[in-house]
Every structure is written in C-alpha cells, then in structure tokens.
Write a protein that binds this ligand. Structure first.
Ligand SMILES: [Zn+2]
Length: 108
C-alpha cells in the first residue's frame, strides 16, 4: 500500500501542522487559511480540492477538473487512495459538517 491513513483527533477549527517542517498548512489565523509547505501533496475535502501538486495529480486516475465536474458521483477519498504516488500519508480530520472530512496529503 502506497499510503498511510492517519485520523487526526482534532476540531474542525484547529490548525493542522506538517509532520516534517511543522508549518501550519491549515492556519485559521491567516486570511488564506490554506498554507501548503513543500511536503504538502494535496489539501482536499469530500466536496473538492483546495490544493494539489501537479506531481500528485499526475498519479491519480482522474484529474481534479474531472472530479470537480462530476462531484456528485465521485468519492474524493477513494480517488486519493487509488493514486499511484509512491509513498504518502493522508491526514484525515473532521470538517465540522456531519459526515464530511478534510484530507491532507504529505510526503512520507
Ligand atoms: Zn512541511
């Protein structure tokens, strides 16, 4: 398996740190709260992508544009898990909406 799924036990309003450089990649103190660092591969939610590197997108079976165009039929987490990127970690956290999660991918 290429990925490892880590469930973060945090609130939807908590910042999320990169495990490598400790940058707050979700930082609610910033107007633009998505602050990807060099280790961030993607920042996604069940309802769409906020950030993705070209390198990671190329390993997915469908493009982000295609996923967004068909967002009523696709599962973001299933597409992330199907990516052929060699090794990565998915941090899953509660989005604060019943049944919805945020997914952040970091290099392993
Ligand atoms: Zn980092």
């Amino acid at each position: 398996m290429a990925y490892q799924l880590v469930q973060l036990d945090i609130q939807a309003t908590d910042n999320i740190q990169c495990p490598h450089c400790r940058q707050q990649v979700i930082n609610w103190a910033e107007e633009q709260y998505v602050q990807p660092c060099e280790h961030t591969l993607f920042i996604a939610m069940d309802i769409g992508f906020e950030y993705i590197t070209d390198e990671f997108e190329q390993t997915m079976r469908r493009t982000v544009d295609d996923l967004h165009a068909n967002d009523d039929q696709v599962s973001v987490i299933a597409e992330l898990m199907a990516a052929q990127y060699p090794e990565f970690t998915i941090y899953q956290s509660d989005l604060g909406i019943e049944g919805y999660s945020r997914y952040i991918g970091f290099t392993a």
